[in-house]
Design a protein around this ligand. Structure first.
Ligand SMILES: [Fe+2]
Length: 361
């Protein structure tokens, strides 16, 4: 190769490299994926029908296992190259618990750079060929409300395109998306309703969201011989009642189901009446994520409030000297009863190995 050819080849390689970097920076930091414009407004005068929820069936001959993954917090920039720690841990937990449904209580991604990470998580989840159902967490919205590269509308497009996804964006006239319900049937009878609630970047559940879930509860009641269907609520941020329940526990040492680990603040959604309205409509369990240093189930006014175990060591998890708060929670439906089990994994230098510590309540 003569000098001139070398110059041309070097120039072409340099140009290609620079273009790749520029495009990468542009798509990562400046281009926003805004998603489809969908208008599906709801108001409470509408009549409830079966299309308003998603039905799935429980095999009557076996327990129904819900595996909850909390706060996996992948980010396109911060942990792009070590995202496999989440993948490995998910594989382990799925193999261990053999779930019939995987729920994700938010913060699947972290910061504005969420596009590649979310696509990855969806691809991984679909590989299991098990239905999965996510809610948004505050970090899924980005560094500010709906500021991430993949907007909440685009995230909804991606979630809805998931082959095994049960996600629905729900009504589009709320401030947030991803408010929907999954109903588990056994022998053609309604067994349990799962309400997937968006607790928003802004720490609140709005009145219209509450009305929506009340409306679904009433609709399901009509289909259940005029009895409210027992329900489980999955959301990202703890309801204010979590704090009340914990302060009661600290004083009286009762109402705990299993061990209580509380190292982070219990502040979450602001008081909005969700709990008081839904507890009379069949709500039996509430499951949140968000606080990586907490793991507990406390009974409060007849409702079990669970702070699910954070999944994977991305960003941060908490080692309180007794246990590493890293793993997942399962909710096992035996008939209509729900048994909660926590699975804590690994040590600080966690890699999938025999030192996995499965800790059952
Ligand atoms: Fe969070």
């Amino acid at each position: 190769m003569n000098k001139r050819d070398k110059y041309i080849v070097t120039s072409l390689i340099s140009l290609t490299a620079v273009s790749a970097i520029v495009l990468n920076v542009y798509f990562t930091f400046f281009h926003r994926y805004k998603g489809k414009v969908v208008i599906d407004e709801w108001n409470e005068s509408e009549e409830f029908n079966d299309n308003d929820v998603t039905y799935i069936n429980k095999d009557p001959n076996k327990d129904f296992v819900i595996l909850n993954l909390a706060d996996v917090q992948l980010c396109d920039t911060e942990n792009y190259f070590n995202a496999s720690i989440v993948y490995d841990e998910m594989n382990y937990l799925v193999k261990l618990t053999k779930p019939d449904l995987i729920t994700l209580t938010g913060d699947q991604t972290w910061s504005n750079e969420n596009l590649v990470s979310l696509k990855r998580i969806i691809r991984w989840l679909d590989e299991y060929k098990i239905p999965w159902a996510p809610v948004f967490g505050n970090h899924d919205y980005g560094n500010d409300f709906n500021s991430a590269v993949a907007s909440m509308e685009y995230c909804s497009d991606l979630y809805e395109a998931g082959k095994y996804s049960l996600y629905k964006r729900g009504p589009t006239n709320f401030e947030t998306l991803g408010n929907y319900a999954v109903v588990i049937k056994e022998n053609n009878k309604i067994l349990k309703a799962l309400y997937m609630v968006d607790s928003s970047y802004l720490d609140k559940i709005n009145d219209d969201q509450i009305s929506y879930f009340e409306w679904i509860s009433e609709g399901l009641k009509q289909k259940n011989n005029d009895n409210y269907v027992d329900s489980m609520v999955f959301l990202h941020k703890p309801l204010p009642e979590y704090s009340l329940a914990y302060h009661h526990y600290r004083e009286y040492k009762d109402n705990a189901i299993g061990d209580v680990h509380v190292h982070f603040s219990l502040s979450g959604s602001i008081q909005n009446g969700f709990f008081s309205k839904m507890k009379d409509k069949g709500m039996k369990d509430v499951i949140c994520g968000h606080q990586h240093g907490n793991s507990f189930t406390l009974l409060h006014e007849g409702v079990r409030l669970t702070n699910a175990v954070k999944t994977s060591e991305t960003m941060s998890y908490y080692d309180d000297g007794i246990i590493n708060l890293n793993g997942a929670s399962t909710f096992v439906l035996q008939g209509n009863e729900v048994n909660i089990k926590n699975h804590f994994v690994g040590s600080k230098d966690y890699h999938i190995s025999d030192d996995l510590n499965v800790y059952n309540w």
